[in-house]
Design a binder for this molecule. Structure first.
Ligand code: IFM
Length: 694
């Protein structure tokens, strides 16, 4: 994911003094992210080295309603002087990515500073347009800017081009106590979405359109858009220290609201849209951690994110051939355009479980929305192509009673690689094969024409369906009868436990301080593996069994991955380990706001952000969807006075409010809804509520 044309530059000169935060004196300073209207503002008072004082207020937004448009409002007030002011606004094409400078293996970009080069500038009039191209793939980006000066009609305007930078400047007189205001409208269009020759015109037209609307109207639209989402999310957390928790959750949701690719050809980078970490690549993070959020609150986006997997299915089929699988698809561990982008296969390509993650997310989306049309249009093909790989990958192992086994795969826990029979992988593969079989039977009976067309297309026959069923039935699930727990894989329990006592705090995260081979030789987990399987497939084992597994794995998990605490938190809630649940919720909810991992510079942790919402809804609220049915098992965390959240289930908007002794379920929109509260069946019609005691 490349850094694009820098359009954020607006500079100010007071006579001959250039405003800079590093000269003169900052008398006041405030920066505010307003999550109700999606704007970022900076307000400051500056005294220049020669003693001129100005108040500067800058507000900017990236429009939700017009996806190509950004807008800025730049206001300057002369506090103690009258004189000449110059405001200069630029587009700068001299941009590059920075992660190649880092030594952290998670950020190993191959760009070596290569980014976009400028191929054309149109600067004889406004909107100014800059066209840039990628160096290798020749993708084209057009960026346009337009301006409106709201005060100072006698301003002298000038457009200047210097190398790869175009600047539009306004020089005008200002009197003491007067203000000037410049609005800037910027647009971006790429050849990924439009024909190259149309890009400059599209970008200019949209910039002019933004200007015709004006900043305040755009801000109003932004507010309405977000207002609808906040209303659906229905967050209200009552804890003594109220701001910190609710603020954190809202901050996390704010990122989720804006990061999702919404055209079926993009997903969500592990760092969202916030930085260059992981090169902007998409991982299973979207399917396992984020889709539950989108399916419950932004179902349209969830569908588009899943459509993206269909869009790259051909690449996944090619990838399977590279790995010698004669049929089926293997999704790349990290990608944007569809090709495998991971360079370190033990913690990359070997994570075959991504196939199950995609099928699982489709299932959860359909359960939550009831949108079976997705299965017919895209889902079935994805589910079948990915399921057939499981059958091809495994082997009936004579040394394990001819049970179906997988060798040399890596599970979710990246501190253990290339193992045999990873518990998570085997369990999810079994689920996936059964699900694929069930979908095939459903289509065969209820949609025979579609089924025939699809099976002809991908050459799927009855023998193969039976082979899926057989593999699922005979799947080997590792179990240790002495410890009565599930080993993470065949060899996991043979290893020595990592010496946590002898590991000082500064040597975490382990992956930055020890060679992978050292870590692989010990029982130590970066993130949940067995425990994640228990969350995703909650009905397969008893609570006692889950408790034993939790008690074994929790002490040997470092949570060096941000994908870890939220899952432990949810399972702790299910097991009634309320203190643990609160502890993990605290870890997950403010992880980026407080920069707890000291790496938010590389971008926020999107999976964790969605995980914090899951902690509230699936953890404290105990929400689950199983076989298309919705259920809740809520409790109030010990230090809380109450909480509320909303979800959309099959087009019904439900609000759940948990108080000290009761839970109030209200159907805010929709006809009627059925679900279970613990063992009780609940039925609500629109506008009504049901109160149950806890
Ligand atoms: O997908 C994750 C993985 O599970 C742990 N390392 C980071 C990746 C991206 O977030």
């Amino acid at each position: 994911m490349l850094n694009v044309t820098n359009s954020k530059i607006i500079e100010l000169c007071l006579d001959d003094e250039r405003f800079s935060l590093t000269s003169g004196t900052i008398l006041e300073y405030k920066r505010v992210l307003d999550m109700s209207n999606g704007s970022l503002s900076r307000e400051l008072v500056w005294r220049s080295p020669k003693g001129k004082e100005v108040q500067i207020t800058v507000k900017r937004l990236v429009s939700f309603s017009h996806r190509h448009l950004m807008a800025f409002k730049y206001q300057v007030k002369a506090l103690n002087f009258s004189g000449k002011v110059t405001v200069s606004s630029s587009l700068d094409g001299d941009v590059e990515n920075h992660t190649h400078e880092e030594e952290d293996p998670r950020f190993s970009a191959t760009l070596e500073g290569l980014g976009l080069s400028v191929s054309k500038i149109i600067a004889d009039q406004e909107p100014v347009v800059m066209v840039q191209e990628t160096c290798r793939s020749n993708l084209v980006l057009a960026c346009a800017m337009d301006h409106r000066l709201l005060s100072g009609s006698d301003a002298v305007k000038n457009i200047e081009q210097e190398h790869q930078k175009v600047t539009v400047s306004y020089q005008l007189d200002i009197k003491q106590s007067e203000s000037i205001c410049l609005e800037k409208y910027v647009t971006y269009y790429t050849s990924l979405d439009y024909p190259v020759e149309e890009l400059p015109e599209l970008a200019s037209r949209m910039a002019a359109k933004g200007m015709a609307k004006g900043f305040d109207i755009l801000l109003g639209e932004q507010s309405e858009y977000l207002g609808r989402l906040w209303d659906k999310a229905g967050l209200d957390i009552k804890v003594d220290n109220i701001t910190s928790i609710e603020q954190a959750l809202r901050f996390n949701l704010f990122h989720l609201f804006q990061a999702a690719g919404s055209n079926g050809r993009r997903s969500i980078g592990a760092k969202g849209l916030t930085s260059e970490g992981y090169d902007g690549h998409y991982f299973w993070d979207t399917e396992i951690y984020m889709i539950p959020f989108y399916a419950a609150l932004m179902p349209g986006e969830a569908r588009k994110l899943l459509e993206y997997r269909y869009y790259i299915l051909d690449y996944a089929c090619e990838r399977a051939r590279v790995l010698n699988h004669v049929k089926g698809a293997l999704y790349p561990w990290r990608t944007i355009a569809g090709e495998e982008g991971s360079s370190y296969y033990p913690a990359g390509t070997a994570q075959y479980h991504i196939n199950a993650a995609v099928a699982y997310a489709i299932n959860k989306y359909v359960e939550m929305t009831g949108d079976f049309s997705f299965i017919l249009e895209f889902g079935a093909e994805i589910i079948f192509q990915t399921a057939r790989l499981w059958e091809d990958l495994g082997t009936y192992n004579s040394r394990k009673g001819y049970l179906f086994c997988y060798h040399e795969v890596t599970g979710p826990d990246e501190y253990t690689a290339l193992v045999n029979n990873n518990f998570y992988t085997n369990l999810m593969a079994r689920w996936h094969l059964n699900y694929a079989y069930e979908i095939a039977r459903n289509l065969e009976i209820n949609y025979p024409d579609q089924f025939k067309r699809l099976s002809d297309k991908i050459e799927l026959d009855q023998d193969e369906l039976q082979a899926w069923l057989k593999a699922a039935k005979n799947m080997y699930i590792p179990y240790d009868h002495i410890l009565q727990i599930h080993p993470q894989d065949d060899g996991f329990l043979d290893k020595e436990v990592w010496d946590f006592k002898a590991t000082p705090a500064e040597r975490y995260p382990l992956m930055l301080n020890y060679h992978p081979l050292v870590i692989y030789r010990y029982q130590v987990c970066k993130q949940p593996d067995v425990i994640l399987a228990h969350f995703l497939l909650p009905d397969q084992f008893s609570l006692d069994q889950k408790c034993r597994d939790y008690n074994y794995y929790e002490p040997i998990t470092t949570h060096d991955s941000s994908l870890s605490p939220s899952i432990f938190g949810i399972v702790a809630s299910e097991l009634g380990l309320y203190e643990d649940a609160e502890y993990f919720f605290a870890m997950t909810s403010r992880l980026d706001l407080d920069n707890n991992l000291n790496d938010t510079y590389y971008g926020v942790h999107m999976a964790n952000m969605a995980g914090s919402w899951m902690n509230l809804v699936y953890g404290f609220g105990g929400m689950r969807t199983t076989n298309g049915n919705l259920s809740f098992n809520p409790y109030l965390p010990p230090d809380w006075q109450g909480y509320k959240f909303g979800i959309i289930f099959k087009e019904n908007r439900l609000e759940v409010e948990v108080k000290e002794n009761e839970v109030v379920y209200s159907l805010r929109e929709g006809n009627s809804i059925n679900f279970r509260h613990r063992n009780k069946d609940i039925f609500i019609v629109e506008g009504e509520k049901v109160i149950v005691s806890i």
